[in-house]
Design a binder for this molecule. Sequence first.
Ligand code: G3P
Length: 217
Amino acid sequence: MKFFVDTAEIDAIAELHALGMVDGVTTNPSLIKKSGRDILEVTKEICDLVPGPVSAEVVALKAEDMIAEGRKLAEIAENIAVKVPLTWDGLQACKTLTDEGKMVNVTLCFSANQALLAAKAGATFISPFIGRLDDINIDGLELIEDIRTIYDNYGFDTQILAASIRTANHMSDCAKIGADVATAPPAVIKAMANHVLTDKGLAQFIKDAADANIKIV
Ligand code: G3P
């Protein structure tokens, strides 16, 4: 499973990238707002840092306007994936931009039917939002499973990009289901390293090393 990092914070991306943890980046208008940066500038910096796909989201609602924005975003770098919402206009924009050879990430997906439409429109990525479904007591992981089944049934190339990931367990659950990509905030990716028994075992090893005066360098 590929790891994308869901942020527009350059330092956080760089830290994870140095460890080989970043196969791509996803942003959205809320993350750009949080960064306090200009969308074109910060997206260019991210693209210079990370060779994998970098999703940059349109803010228009009509297909023709989304297409214009998508073309401008795609000019930033070769590795831009234009992110469009899963609306009828978004699907139209997806088809046009895909036909022009651009990567397209169709976002705000909350149902298997929406994912099926995105694949038919040629999306490179479909972004089902796990956490926001869980927030309203609908099993977000079940949606990932359903999309996996549908895409495998018909050999769709669209990659399942599990999004709105809130916990480390979501990451391993997505990997078990066979999501192609999971995008998560830096803190969630780092939390994957945590285990109480690791902490407990390490404390004992460090104590024993001190008691036995073990020195290596
Ligand atoms: O990039 C979209 C998505 O990952 C948003 O997550 O936590 O705001 O639902 P969240």
